[in-house]
Design a protein around this ligand. Structure first.
Ligand SMILES: [Zn+2]
Length: 114
């Protein structure tokens, strides 16, 4: 006997029914979608904030700054959109078209993609 994943009740009726009722199916799907939406909204906010910090700091297209300065503005190093490994062995982290590369002593080089 199968049980409804939303309310736990036994499912009566056709073999391929996944929920006991339309309202359980709707509630279940709404909750799943809402969780995904919240997660995506939070990550998008982090990326947007990181992007704004990089853009505000890197006004010249290429700027040297420190980890402490980025952190003090609320930069979160866990959120970026892509990584670029150059042939010379450098690793750039990008938030859209704003990138940064770790230098020595917690300095960062900020760059902007053409
Ligand atoms: Zn149910």
């Amino acid at each position: 006997m199968r049980n409804c994943p939303e309310c736990g009740d036994k499912i009566l009726g056709r073999e391929d029914k996944k929920f006991c009722s339309d309202s359980c199916r709707n509630n279940y799907n709404n909750r799943i979608n809402k969780d995904a939406t919240n997660l995506m909204r939070n990550i998008n906010n982090k990326l947007r904030k990181n992007y704004r910090i990089l853009s505000d700091t890197n006004t010249e297209g290429k700027t040297k700054t420190t980890k402490a300065k980025l952190l003090s503005k609320g930069f979160d190093f866990e959120y970026f959109t892509n990584i670029l490994n150059t042939k010379t062995g450098n690793t750039y982290y990008f938030v859209y078209d704003q990138g940064y590369m770790l230098l020595d002593n917690d300095f960062y080089m900020l760059v902007k993609k053409d």
